[in-house]
Design a protein around this ligand. Structure first.
Ligand code: ZN
Ligand code: ZN
Ligand code: ZN
Length: 375
């Protein structure tokens, strides 16, 4: 993975994202969008706040107005260096000034605003106290598709992140498993993701034997044994965009039952990936995967949704889940990750990131789905 870093996003990219957000808010009947430090702010402006603090930083997007960034004076120089900064009016404030009083005049006092999900309650309460007739809704619930459709430059980054995660898998399966703790394999996965260019590792799940039957298990002190199924689910950010892939490997020769269950998951995952095309509802992807597993008699052991979106975070809308009627649109990227979990015994999951193309879907993870036998 020594290819050149991708061309950076430009101020025009950020300007058009902020325009899109303001327009989407207006279309949804909202007076604007209040964006806290975190993935929304990074995506909209390129400004990555190292650590959010009790000092208010807030991007205010109001349809028909220039974007404003309320920022502590001591962080203003950093904010001014962000690529999107020329498209912003910086409203810096010094300690002693009331930042909520500074923010309130930027907002319609009776407006309804979308707010970043991760905004601190103290900041929202501060603004609310200055504008008692305003109201607020979650950004991910009111504008769930804001970041869902990726442009070509974003797709390139997601594909490169996927290729890097695949390279990590190709190496990890050549390393010894039997006799090592899950945490040791997880540390190897972390190092491999970084070796292949990830600047951030979000998760390195190593679920061996019965631990694999618990999809939330991360990695523990269990020593992996011959005969174990091992679920490996790992990902993070590379050049700011996410990877997330799962393969289930087996230590030594598997039983016929282990092979059969792995085959069912593989068929379910493949059928769901093949179903991806513009216009079908997100829930249809879940239904296709679930039908295969149910047909094989394991429906009650597939205990989570089939997938989630990915972009500047590793989990975001759209969700591939029953009840989600949002149609797929070219440029969307999400995971397809059905599994079967037999309590107390083992689990199997296979996960690829898929992007919607003009006439179907394309996997961004391309390592083999065969049950890999490890040592
Ligand atoms: Zn086994
Ligand atoms: Zn995953
Ligand atoms: Zn996932």
């Amino acid at each position: 993975m020594t290819e050149a870093a991708p061309a950076p996003f430009t101020v025009d990219d950020y300007r058009s994202r902020m325009d899109r957000a303001a327009r989407a808010a207006a279309d949804a009947g909202l007076a604007g969008v209040l964006v806290a430090p975190g993935p929304d702010l990074v995506w909209l402006t390129g400004y990555r706040v190292p650590a959010e603090t009790e000092r208010l930083t807030l991007l205010v997007l109001v349809p028909g107005q220039d974007p404003e960034l309320v920022v502590p004076a001591l962080e203003a120089p950093d904010a001014a260096r962000a690529t999107g900064a020329p498209a912003l009016r910086l409203r810096d404030w010094t300690d002693g000034v009331d930042p909520y009083g500074l923010t309130a005049p930027l907002l319609d006092a009776r407006g309804r605003f979308a707010v970043s999900d991760n905004a601190w309650a103290m900041h929202l309460l501060g603004i609310q106290s200055r504008l008692p007739d305003s109201s607020y809704v979650s950004l991910s619930e009111s504008l769930p598709m804001l970041r869902a459709v990726k442009d070509a430059a974003e797709l390139d980054r997601l594909a490169a992140a996927g290729a890097a995660a695949d390279a990590a898998y190709d190496e990890i399966r050549r390393l010894p498993f039997a006799g090592r703790r899950e945490t040791e394999v997880a540390a190897d996965l972390d190092a491999l993701l970084r070796k292949f260019g990830h600047e951030q590792v979000d998760f390195t799940i190593v679920g061996s034997g019965p631990n694999g039957a618990s999809p939330h298990h991360e990695a523990g002190e269990r020593v992996i044994e011959r005969g174990d199924m091992v679920v490996l689910d790992f990902g993070g950010l590379r050049h700011g965009y996410g990877s997330d892939t799962t393969r289930t490997v087996h230590v030594g020769e598997p039983t016929a039952e282990e092979r059969r269950i792995h085959d069912v998951v593989r068929e379910a995952q493949d059928a769901a990936c093949r179903a991806v095309r513009p216009g079908i509802a997100c829930q249809e992807v879940d239904r296709v995967a679930r039908a295969v597993i149910t047909e094989a008699g394991y429906g009650e052991y597939f205990i989570h949704r089939t997938g989630h979106g990915i972009g500047v975070t590793t989990h975001e809308p759209p969700y591939m889940i029953e009840g989600e009627e949002q149609p797929l649109v070219p440029g969307m990227c999400f995971s397809v990750e059905p599994g079967i979990y037999l309590p107390g015994r083992f689990g199997v999951r296979i996960e690829d990131i898929v992007t919607v193309t003009e006439d179907g879907g394309r996997r961004l993870n391309t390592t083999s789905h065969e049950l890999a036998l490890v040592n």
